[in-house]
Design a binder for this molecule. Structure first.
Ligand SMILES: *Cc1c(COP(=O)(O)O)cnc(C)c1O
Length: 427
């Protein structure tokens, strides 16, 4: 079959039922799988045969939906995880451990920042955070001999910076390491980072992919293009025998296409166990089927809301990469020509108190610590997630007291704008 478009893949990739088989991906709600002989199962444990034996490692529902996400990103192999956090952790820890170093954009999701700067640091992995807008010279200066990866977000949550993927990929490759991109906000509908040189993509599927706020999940996709075997000293885990798996050398046995994901499954899922639940994966798949329709609507509504807010006398500033004049407009035009996402941030004139009054005046938008789903939701960090901080501390964290983060949903745009107008009148 010729290469299908993303819209078609969202419905059909990863699962092709035979005659008389279920039309929908079945939920295989079984922890384990039966075998006729011990030898058959032994071959699975040795990674000599492929098949299922325990859902922590692999499950048909999870594998079929991982295969769909793999196709959407144009990758060679993929896996699901129980959350986006687990995906970020596995993606790095699969190739960087104690004593290693990672170069990371400073403009990333707060949970990822904490994972890297606090928890992984405790495990002995060092991170250097760089301004995503730095020059190539500055970026190159962040690398060390023990650097094993570079990490950034296509559209950062919540800063809404757009990553110059080509620049980051060029520097990563010049230093013999892969670029890992968290593509959660853009989704493969709006950007496919592999086309711009990224080597590995991660997702919090909790956001637009699921899209209905019903299942936390994550995914890792490998492009299969990074040649680990050129740098065996940097990536011994992929290029030398794994004693915990009977001496398997992942790059030899599974090739560049399969080595990275097989290792992450065989070692990290086996030992750490952040496996997706097949039931949650089923919900994720239902979300994926309509992802292109929803993304188009999120982007159209997000653009309309950003333009409305930009022209409103009660707003101090608006950030949305699709707005002409936004600092990331040019990068968004390059990497996200079909639209960015539905998340818009803005400041309410009058600071913290006015933002509070604005929030109280909303009726349609719900106040929630969530983004990127079908229903419009809104967060005022200074009075919620960041409420312990003084104005000075907020400024250091890049969160101004007047900042409101709006995740524009797929409701009728007239109703969304009317809600904002009513609430701004009370601010
Ligand atoms: C939410 C989010 C994560 C973490 O994902 P969870 O599914 O909540 O664990 C990671 N990266 C980005 C960009 C996110 O928005």
């Amino acid at each position: 079959m010729s290469q299908q478009s993303v819209s078609t893949q969202c419905l059909h990739a990863g699962y092709a039922p035979g005659s008389g088989e279920p039309r929908n991906i079945p939920i295989v709600q079984s922890t384990t799988f039966r075998y006729a002989t011990g030898e058959q199962m032994g071959a699975l444990f040795d990674l000599e045969a492929s098949g299922y034996f325990y859902t922590r490692l692999q499950n048909p529902t999870n594998d079929q939906v991982a295969a769909k996400i793999c196709a959407l990103e144009g990758g060679s192999a993929a896996m699901l995880t129980s959350s986006g956090q687990a995906a970020s952790f596995y993606a790095i820890f699969n190739i960087a451990s104690c004593g290693d170093h990672v170069v990371c954009s400073s403009s990333i999701y707060g949970g990822t920042y904490n994972l890297f700067a606090v928890t992984m640091k405790r495990m002995g992995v060092q991170f250097t955070f760089v301004d995503p807008d730095c020059t190539e010279e500055q970026l190159n200066a962040a690398f060390r001999p023990e650097t094993r990866a570079v990490f950034g977000e296509t559209i950062a949550n919540p800063a809404l910076t757009v990553l110059d993927i080509e620049k980051f990929a060029r520097c990563a490759h010049a230093h013999g390491v892969p670029l890992i991109v968290d593509n959660t906000f853009a989704t493969p509908v709006n950007c496919r980072p592999f086309a711009w040189g990224a080597d590995i993509v991660t997702h919090s599927t909790t956001k637009y992919m699921d899209g209905h706020a019903n299942a936390v999940g994550g995914a890792i996709v490998d492009s299969g293009r990074f040649d680990w075997t050129k740098y065996p000293q940097k990536f011994p885990g992929l290029c030398t025998p794994d004693e915990s798996y009977h001496g398997v050398t992942y790059t030899q046995r599974f090739g560049l296409e399969g080595a990275y994901i097989t290792k992450a499954t065989a070692q990290l899922m086996r030992d750490l166990g952040a496996a997706a639940s097949p039931q949650n994966t089923y919900y994720l798949n239902i979300g994926l089927e309509t992802l292109p329709l929803r993304m188009a609507r999120h982007c159209a509504n997000g653009q309309a809301v950003a333009e409305f807010l930009q022209n409103h006398p009660k707003t101090a500033w608006v950030r949305y990469p699709g707005l002409r004049g936004d600092p990331y407009y040019a990068l968004a035009q390059k990497y996200l020509p079909q639209g960015c996402c539905g998340v818009v941030s803005f400041g309410v004139k009058g600071g913290r108190e006015a933002a509070g009054r604005f929030m109280a005046g909303l009726e349609l938008a719900s106040i929630a610590t969530h983004v990127a789903d079908a229903k419009t939701c809104v967060l005022h960090p200074a009075s919620t997630t960041h409420r312990q901080m003084s104005d000075a501390e907020l400024a250091a964290a890049g969160v101004s007291p007047d900042l409101v983060r709006l995740s524009v949903g797929i409701e009728d745009v007239g109703d969304i704008l009317a809600d904002l107008e009513r609430a701004l009148a009370q601010a």
